[in-house]
Design a protein around this ligand. Structure first.
Ligand SMILES: Nc1ncnc2c1ncn2[C@@H]1O[C@H](COP(=O)(O)OP(=O)(O)OP(=O)(O)O)[C@@H](O)[C@H]1O
Ligand SMILES: [Mg+2]
Length: 389
């Protein structure tokens, strides 16, 4: 079901600026849509139209099937949480009271509202016993942002509008907030419009991305499709020439990507194992225990002669491994980190599913780009940045 629907919505400000021009898109219930685009392209205006801080010049917006033009703005805003970059916490109220503001306004008892506020602080990763009694200026930027998110969730609105909520914090805190927000979203499943001008953030968070040009949506698609098959030259230049790399971060490692490496077991004699590796023409093998759980790896000895003992005595630890479903970017980073020519991919029980090598990584990237390219019928998508991998 569509929670939010824009029907040919335009907004011209009294000074003549056309901030948005014929927006026509919909957001499914529980979907997180990122709005991305350069400064002044109409992102904030789009948000403000949803909670009727602005009125469209033409077109209409439906919330849960209902034209919002007919809904009392105050009642409308109870169904919509709004988080802005500057958070706008009340400086003279504690964190707990800030979070409880909306439920109190909604006429819930103060006690119930505070109990709910404490739950929400917990949910956004702030211990209410530690932070509840503090004032906003006693928090870091990232913590203030979390209080802003908790407060927006306090009325349990089906829709959240977030306007560059993580824009003011440093990159490390930002990534942490993004991860926490994704975890939170999996739990609360709100319908979210999330504004950012950072394409990385749009890609990481969005189920779908709306790429804005001047007042218009240039492409509305999955992150993988926006990166792999930009609809226009504008989108291509906006997502940048390193979109092959960005795309790595949204493409998961799948079973079909994996190669089956040579395998030996812990209890095999090292002499037999080595003979087999030589016969197969390989220089190393993955070491598994009797349950096929990854233990490490062994290489063919440099020296001639017969090694003694079991594989267990010769095996080395294997640091370079990933769970199935990890992103190709993560796989690539792991390869670089351990300077490894291959990395093991494991199932939930740490059993080996196969290995990823630079070649199979490249193929996986191709596979995902080709799939999207076919679906949007684009003849050719070049793969600039990672073609050297
Ligand atoms: N109240 C207003 N009156 C007149 N023009 C406005 C008003 N608010 C915004 N605009 C103009 O409308 C256009 C879109 O503004 P908007 O704030 O939606 O952009 P934005 O995409 O959010 O930009 P940013 O990334 O800088 O926040 C801009 O040209 C802006 O100057
Ligand atoms: Mg804005």
């Amino acid at each position: 079901m569509n929670m939010l629907r824009f029907e040919h919505v335009s907004k011209r400000y009294p000074n003549g600026t056309v901030a948005v021009d014929d927006l026509d898109f919909e957001v499914a219930e529980g979907e997180l849509v990122t709005l991305v685009g350069p400064s002044g392209c109409g992102k904030t205006t789009t948000m403000r139209l949803v909670n009727r801080l602005e009125e469209p010049t033409s077109g209409r917006i439906l919330l849960g099937g209902e034209d919002i033009a007919g809904v009392d703005p105050v009642r409308l805003r109870r169904r919509i949480g709004y988080v802005i970059q500057q958070v706008g916490l009340f400086p003279h109220r504690t964190v707990l009271d800030n979070t409880a503001t909306v439920p109190v306004l909604l006429g819930r008892g103060r006690k119930a509202a505070r109990r709910r506020a404490a739950e929400l602080l917990e949910l956004v990763g702030l211990d209410p016993a530690v932070y509840g009694g503090r004032y906003p200026d006693q928090l870091s930027g990232g913590q203030r942002q979390r209080v802003g998110v908790a407060r927006a969730l306090a009325a349990d609105p089906p829709v959240l509008l977030m306007d560059e909520p993580f824009g003011a914090v440093d990159p490390v805190v930002r990534e942490r907030l993004q991860n926490e927000f994704l975890r939170l979203q999996r739990e609360v499943r709100k319908t979210v419009l999330f504004v950012t001008h950072d394409i990385e953030e749009a890609v990481r968070l969005g189920d779908r991305i709306a790429v804005f040009g001047q007042g218009r949506i240039e492409q509305y698609d999955s992150p993988a499709a926006v990166l792999g098959a930009p609809a226009t030259d504008y989108v291509a230049s906006f997502v940048g020439s390193d979109r092959g790399l960005k795309r790595l971060s949204v493409t998961p490692v799948e079973r079909g990507d994996l190669e089956q490496p040579p395998v030996v077991h812990l209890s095999d004699s090292m002499a037999t194992a080595q003979e087999r590796m030589r016969a197969d023409g390989v220089r190393w093998a993955v070491v598994l225990d009797e349950d096929d759980v990854l233990h490490g790896w062994v290489s063919v000895a440099e020296r001639s002669g017969t090694p003694s003992g079991t594989v267990a005595e010769h095996a080395r630890r294997m640091e370079a491994w990933l769970p199935l479903g990890a992103s190709l970017k993560n796989a690539f980073a792991t390869m670089l980190q351990y300077d490894a020519g291959w990395i093991a991919v494991l199932d939930e029980d740490d059993r080996l599913l196969g290995v990823l090598t630079p070649t199979t990584l490249h193929e996986a990237l191709r596979r995902s780009i080709d799939a999207d390219t076919r679906s949007v019928e684009r003849a050719e998508v070049e793969l600039e940045s990672v073609s050297g991998v």
